[in-house]
Design a protein around this ligand. Structure first.
Ligand code: HSE
Length: 314
């Protein structure tokens, strides 16, 4: 069945989680973007954006993550129609919380329903990742995969795209701080090393394995030990004032692990909710940012669901 209007939401996500650069992502139940897509007669795309940080988002379809995804899906469908896309941002762009991925994921899921395309989750991730390519200048599917599938995902292969989804232990919670710094993903990727020292690679493989083993063992502390990245985070350190101080405070206040969220500037701490309150860790992190003169917003979240259609009209 096809529709004339479909509305979908997609959650904020946190990528990398320490050692899982471009391969780990988790959906967060705290923030989301909403996208409303309507068929229009003219064969063109019209984009409207409102909400959190919407003034910085391009409206030209070829520069907008949702517009790129919509164009690709229209090509696939071969339908001679236009689409009006209304994006309601709940996630601040440039926050490290998968803002562009959420708009891309919600758009892919909404158009799949609108045009009755019956695409699989992996196919939807592939399309949504094309939008990410435009915004970050490099292909990575970690945020969009978590935004579409929900829970925790691992990109086990990029070519062909293969994704695994795992449920995290019930006592996992996240304490996040979003500082008043805007960090462009392109810039945060431009500072990364082109080559990786073998010792650092061994370190990261061990840590990433620890994170996934911790999930399998239902052990949040083992997961937390995996959140130490020796490759990407050291290169990004200078882009986030106070990063090490905030990380230290998070661990001191009882977090099991802590890392930059995605490309930053948000910082995410993993909390065992049976031992510590995520709110206390988030406030300690906020205080640490204040100590270096940076204002921030504390956010608490649990692993959440993926993108879903919330309204359809014939
Ligand atoms: N894995 C990506 C990065 C996430 O760290 O650059 C940012 O969208």
């Amino acid at each position: 069945m096809v529709f004339s209007i479909v509305e979908a939401t997609a959650p904020a996500t946190s990528a990398n989680l320490g050692a899982g650069f471009d391969t780990f992502g988790v959906a967060l139940d705290a923030l989301s973007d909403k996208v409303l897509i309507e068929k229009i007669d003219e064969g063109s795309l019209k984009i409207e954006v409102e909400g959190e940080g919407s003034e910085s988002i391009p409206r030209e379809p070829e520069k907008n993550t949702a517009g790129i995804v919509a164009n690709e899906l229209l090509k696939l469908s071969r339908e001679k129609i236009g689409l009006k896309i209304r994006i309601l941002k709940g996630i601040r762009p440039g926050s490290g919380l998968g803002s562009s991925a959420a708009s891309a994921a919600a758009t892919a899921v909404a158009i799949n329903e609108l045009l009755g395309l019956n695409l699989s989750s992996t196919e939807l991730i592939g399309f949504a990742a094309l939008g990410e390519l435009a915004s970050a200048g490099a292909p990575h599917a970690d945020n969009v995969a978590a935004a579409i599938m929900g829970d925790f995902i691992v990109i086990t292969s990029r070519e062909p795209l293969e994704v695994l989804r795992l449920r995290m232990p019930d006592n996992v919670e996240f304490a996040i701080v979003l500082p008043e710094i805007k960090l462009d993903t392109r810039l945060a990727r431009s500072v990364l090393p082109r080559n990786v020292d073998l010792g650092r690679m061994v370190h990261n493989v061990g840590r990433a394995a620890s994170f996934v083993a911790g999930i399998a063992m239902n052990n949040v502390e083992v997961m937390g030990k995996g959140m130490v990245d020796a490759v990407v985070e050291p290169a990004r350190e200078r882009l986030i004032p106070g990063l090490n101080h905030v990380k230290e405070k998070a661990l001191k206040s009882g977090a099991a692990g802590v890392s930059i969220s995605g490309a930053g500037p948000s910082i995410i701490a993993l909390v065992n909710s049976r031992k510590v309150k995520a709110r206390d860790v988030a406030l300690a992190m906020k205080e640490a940012f204040e100590e270096v003169g940076v204002k921030s917003i504390p956010i608490c979240a649990k692993p959440g669901d993926g993108a879903k259609v919330v309204r359809r009209e014939r």
